[in-house]
Design a protein around this ligand. Structure first.
Ligand code: NAD
Ligand code: UFG
Length: 340
């Protein structure tokens, strides 16, 4: 019998790519998602790509009755926990929604897991927990400075809660996966990132400018102490990130306690480098305008991914050109995202 993994937030951007990777690796998958920021169409496409379907449960991770029913109906080997809210600006306007979904949600999930005696968990954390580090690249043992916004603080709170849980009971084995900047789409062009409204993140914004949905890209700040004055980030292909979750699943099976792994490439690119790479991959111009810095942004941020390489045998394999080509294939084939 195959191992069954519960994937919370599995209809979303990273969750759908990871669900596909799990199914392709012969796991059975149950997705729990309230569809607050996604569409069940992503899972239909996952099934089309690999010929296997995840079970889909529409519901909320804060719904204790639903969780108890689910954990008593199915036997899970592990839980990959993607569900949560992720928009930095929105988190400033609606902090309680963020603490409720991200912190209370994670707490409800862990309580249900403990009741069902499922102790293997991988949590979607973020490089945002490092705040504004003084040295690059960023290693896992760098201090986690208090992030500048409620979204980041909610991630750090969950990390600390999960560490406390592991310290209290040796049966837990938990991976805190600190993602850098996930971009790209599955190479089929059938699943990808489908943000609601005007995108917050760079790549979805660039691709919507390239297809003519938005007139031009605001480039937030041209006066950072970086190669060309624009912000530098570690962009990682979402399929590499999905593979990192499979490796982390193996990693937590053979360890107990809490383990932190950066999931990044170790390479930083500036906003202008990203624009030019996208123009090359798509053959479309991406008009942009330099505007003042965005509040809360840092100049640069890239990972030291060595710990994941040493301990999990994982490293990102896909380069910038592939990330751009895959983003463009998804965007041009699905100009309205999953709506068509
Ligand atoms: P996403 O919004 O596409 O996916 C999150 C999914 O969770 C969505 O399908 C949404 O409907 C679901 N969801 C939200 N609240 C829920 C709840 N209370 N109950 C059930 N389902 C709920 O986002 P993503 O980019 O795939 O991110 C996945 C995870 O990775 C998030 O936790 C996010 O904070 C984290 N992360 C993302 C990035 C990034 O840049 N995309 C970077 C670092 C960390
Ligand atoms: N940028 C622009 N114009 C835009 C959008 C972004 O110039 O329209 C710039 C930003 O200033 C930054 C870079 O592009 O220099 C990347 O910005 P993103 O918004 O795509 O990503 P961030 O690094 O700001 O944040 C992302 C996630 C956060 C997460 C953080 C650290 O959105 O959730 O990475 O992991 F916390």
């Amino acid at each position: 019998m195959n191992d069954t993994v519960l994937v919370t937030g599995g209809a979303g951007y990273i969750g759908s790519h990871t669900t596909l990777a799990l199914l392709e690796a012969n796991y059975d998958v149950v997705v729990l998602d309230n569809l607050s920021n996604s569409s069940a169409e992503s899972l239909r496409r996952v099934a089309q790509i690999c010929g296997r379907k995840p079970e889909f449960v529409q519901g909320d991770i804060r719904d204790t009755t639903l969780l108890n029913d689910l954990f008593s109906r199915r036997t899970f080997t592990a839980v990959l926990h993607f569900a949560g809210l992720k928009a930095v600006g929105e988190s400033v306007r609606k902090p309680m929604d963020y603490y409720d979904n991200n912190v209370v949600g994670s707490m409800c999930l862990c309580q249900a897991m403990a009741r069902a005696e499922v102790f293997w968990l991988a949590f979607s954390s973020s490089a945002t927990v490092y705040g504004e580090p003084t040295r690059m690249p960023i290693c896992e043992d760098y201090p986690t400075n208090m992030p500048t916004n409620p979204y980041g603080r909610s991630k750090l709170m969950v990390e600390r809660m999960l560490s406390d849980l592991c310290a209290s009971d040796a049966r837990w084995s938990i991976a805190l996966l600190r993602y850098f900047n996930p971009i790209g789409a599955h190479s089929s062009g059938m699943i990808g990132e489908d943000p609601n409204g005007i995108p917050n993140n760079l790549l979805p914004y660039i691709s919507q400018v390239a297809i003519g949905k938005i007139e031009q890209l605001p480039v937030y700040g041209g006066d950072y102490p970086t190669i060309d004055g624009t912000g530098v980030r570690d962009y990682i292909h979402v399929q590499d990130l999905a593979d990192g979750h499979l490796k982390a699943l193996h990693g937590i099976r053979s360890r107990s306690g809490v383990h932190i792994w950066n999931l990044g490439t170790g390479i930083g690119y500036s906003v202008l480098q990203m624009i030019h790479a996208f123009e090359q991959a798509s053959g479309r111009p991406v008009p942009y305008q330099l505007v003042p810095r965005r509040a809360g942004d840092i100049a640069e941020c890239w990972a030291d991914p060595g710990k994941a390489a040493r301990e999990l045998g994982w490293q990102a394999r896909r380069g910038l050109q592939e990330m751009m080509q895959d983003t463009w294939r998804w965007q041009s084939a699905n100009p309205q995202g999953y709506a068509h």
